[in-house]
Design a protein around this ligand. Sequence first.
Ligand code: ADP
Length: 167
Amino acid sequence: MSKRVGLYPGTFDPLTLGHVDIVERAVKLVDELVIGVAINRDKGPLFTLEERVEIVETEMKRISGESGVVINVMPFEGLLMSFAEKIGAQMIVRGLRAVADFEYEYQMVAMNQALNDDIETVFLMADPRYQAIASRLVKEIARLGGDINNFLPVEVAEKLRKKYADG
Ligand code: ADP
C-alpha cells in the first residue's frame, strides 16, 4: 500500500498543548505528517512565520522520535486543497474544540470536497484538559500578565512571555 500522508494545517500563533495533543493522535493514523503553517497575513499573527515554523519544528522532534512517524513542517499560502495535492496528502487533519468550530469546519469540508473529493478530512478531539485551549485566548491571557503555563509547551510559554515583555 502507498504511504499515508496527512496534512495538519493551522496558523499556530503560537503552537499550544491543544495542537500538540492533536498531533500526537494524528501520527497514529499516518506514515508521514505535514504540519502546514499558514502564512495568514490577514490574521496579523503575533509570531512571524519563521518563529511559528521554528517553534513547531522544535516541539515536533520529540513526537517524531517517539512515534517513528516523519513530521515535516512547511509554510503554505493560498488554497489548502492545492497545497494538500502538491504534497500528496490523502488526509487533512483538523482538531475540533466546540460547537463553534463545528459550524465553520462543516462548511469548509463541504467546499473542500467540491474541490477534491479524494482527500478526506478527519476530525480529532484533544484530551479534555486541552480542549478549550485557543491560541487567541492564550495570547490575551499573556498580554494581561496571567499564567499561561498550563496551555503551552514550556519553551513556547517563555517565548510568548518575552514577546509581551519586549513589546
Ligand atoms: P486556524 O488558523 O485554522 O484556526 P489554529 O492554529 O488555531 O488554526 O488551529 C489549527 C487546528 O487545530 C484547527 O483545526 C483547530 O481547530 C485545531 N485546534 C486548535 N486548538 C485546539 C484544541 N485545544 N483542541 C483541539 N483542536 C484544536
